[in-house]
Design a protein around this ligand. Sequence first.
Ligand code: SAT
Ligand code: MN
Length: 659
Amino acid sequence: MTTCTADHLHTPVPVPPYPEVPQGAFQHGIANQALADWVARIALLTRPDEIVWCDGSDEEWHRMTEAMVQAGSLIRLDPGLRPDSFLARSTDDDVARMEDRTFICSQTESQAGPTNNWRAPGSMHAELDGLFAESMRGRTMYVVPYSMGPVGGAISQLGVQITDSPYVVVSLATMTRMGTEALREIGPDTPWVAGVHSVGHPLRNADGTRREDVAWPSNPTKYIAHFPEERAIWSFGSGYGGNALLSKKCFALRIGSTIARDEGWLAEHMLLLKLTDPSGRAFHIAAAFPSACGKTNLAMLRPSLPGWSVETIGDDIAWLRPGPDGRLWAINPEAGIFGVAPGTSEATNPVAVDLVRKRTIFTNVALTEDGDVWWEGKSEPPAHLIDWQGHYWTPASGLPAAHPNARFTAPLTQCRTLADDWFAADGVPVDAILFGGRRASNVPLVVESTSWEHGVFMGATISSERTAAQEGTVGELRHDPFGMLPFVGYDMGDYWQHWLDVGAALGDRAPRIFQVNWFRKGPDGSFLWPGFGDNARVLAWIAARVSARDTAGAVESELGLIPAEGALDVRGLDLPNRSLYALFEVDSAAWLEECDEIAAYFASLGDTVPAAVRAQLVALRERIGEPQSHSASSREGGSAGTATETSGRRAVVASGVAA
Ligand code: SAT
Ligand code: MN
């Protein structure tokens, strides 16, 4: 048997016959020799029983989901309640993305930078070759071609994932434009990104004897390894989400960000939405937030303001590229939603509730007696359930019935607020970029940057309370620049410089940049801002700012531009002046501490942090100046009208009074 070399994609290794490869390949009209060779080479390494080229048809999806039901790895939900929908249960060591098992294998460690785990490509390939050797014995190896973005679109890219997980195949069928059409796009010289995935649970032992399959096969040894120079991803041992659906975080963000750097565009962890004002004017907004901070909810927002509408283009990833007109154009490269189930309800996100009514794969939610799904926050808990691990559950059990990172996988075409723009081959022009996170304190409801560089500083200094989407302690504050900490495929400081370069090239055609925070809390620990549909009030202010030719509607604060008197529409909101004041309060002492903390963070990133970003920190510190001793007492006083600390606070509070 041939062993694989480090140059999997580049050296044409003579491939000994592996019966099904050439026939399968040429039946499907493979025009790209490197692709045919690669499939043969991976088959030789992993030794599956058969190779299947996926065509992306409905028939294939139904056949594969039914086979998984027969095999016990999917549970069919009641077809009357939820047609063509299924429940998958993973094992408790495979429930989220694993950042400590994620590696960037660039040529040098400094290319990966201090925020990534690095391994030399040669030694990582050697280790992976050992793990993948015969890892598909007894299984089917699926070859899954897909397009990220509309097939043939100006910003779109192609990928092919090899996997031995049928769960991954049917998920990719939802999450990407998968199948024959994408494969046909891969011509002799077309670039494509290679993904190799195995759950690492072969069904035959080395001596040929049969090994039992399990409902959720995986391997205690896990690797999610990226090879930016080869544009290749190798993932072993996990079947879950971003570890296994290699189109998503691995390609669209980690490999994508390196392609974007080389080609002068941006691959970002952003939702994309179309906002339309009462006069019919449309705005396209891209917004970056860390995982599980409400991107899906914002992308499907039902505005509380009459006459406004929000339509969905994407909820997780956006690719943004300077267009021929000099503006920044964006697509959602995905075709489905891998959304967080817990907390999703008619009250919080009716669009998502409707989206998952049919043809949805649920992972790690609870099962009801009548064959439907349930999760925390969906409704009042039923008297009893089967929890995400398959155990009998009652509200008295004291444990969540659904895993906090339980997910639904559903096609975007089922989203009733989907914008026509999602189909637009060349994307949409971006008017505004938002950065946000979960911050109980310090960060105001909304701030506009005063320049692109200031906006890059806002993105670079996002920190957020940790959520269940990543391993670690939920609630703990961590820096998550651009919401991209786990997703930038190269050095973080170089990535910030790339943002500066893209902005410089866009010049005065660049979108405006804003910072938002829906999660600020008052002294009693409750949220100050109602959030959800009322976030449209913030979007409306942003739209007005984008339209404004001067400073109308905004006043300066230490942190940037905030709404001027009357500019933020809070009519009809039961929002005390005290809360409005607190939403924009700049506590100087707390901000000086935050500046120290940011400085320490920058220092930890090394000397690639751009001078322009460091200069923004210096300028911020100067604007804040010395701590003001009376800020705490005026907050306690609660009488917003008497606050005199900054012009910004006066302006916003006045707007509250006016409303
Ligand atoms: O599991 S995923 O990485 O796809 C979800 C997320 O963290 O955003
Ligand atoms: Mn995400």
